[in-house]
Design a protein around this ligand. Sequence first.
Ligand SMILES: [Fe+2]
Length: 211
Amino acid sequence: MDPTTRRAALKVGAAAALAAGLTAVSAGSSPAARLPLTPACTDGDDTPGNIEGPYFKRNSPLRSDLRTAGVTGVLLTLRGTVHSEHCLPVPGALLEFWQADDKGVYDNTGFTLRGHQYTPADGTYSLETIVPKDYVDAGTHRTPHIHVKVQPANGRVLTSQLFFPDTTTAYGLDFAQLNARDRFLNRKCTLALGVLSDNHYAANFDFVVAA
Ligand SMILES: [Fe+2]
């Protein structure tokens, strides 16, 4: 399928899935379990890259739960699959996540809200975290985003950022306005988000990388 057509199909598919009534159930009963996957990979339309930004740190802990002691905010359970350009699940892929907290601050001395994990045989991943807040860095106002690196074993590193839909509700922010003014925003890297329930969002994002 032509990449443009596929992106359009993905958009429609994601919108339809959300319109179909995705509901996050109460915290503690795995809201992500009810969130359908984003449309399946159908061709070599790789996940777009984005800037690394100034706050990446090496040697993050191996963990998929970033909600360590003291972390507060709107809870986010993010799940998805790492696919190859041939649409096969990629086992053993390294996923590295880092993000700001609910005040728009990165932990640059420790490893709060930083962690890495490896995909199992089915290429899936799961991340327990919070929705980050917007922040201003060197005069640049950044909309809420999660930084990510994805690297298949012996493959190239994809460095990118994940964004939130305009309709996201967190910290009294106007996500539509924040997204609109962020020059690094890439709508193709917007999470499919469920409905906020008990201060908890479930989300899905599938990566497509050269493996
Ligand atoms: Fe950032």
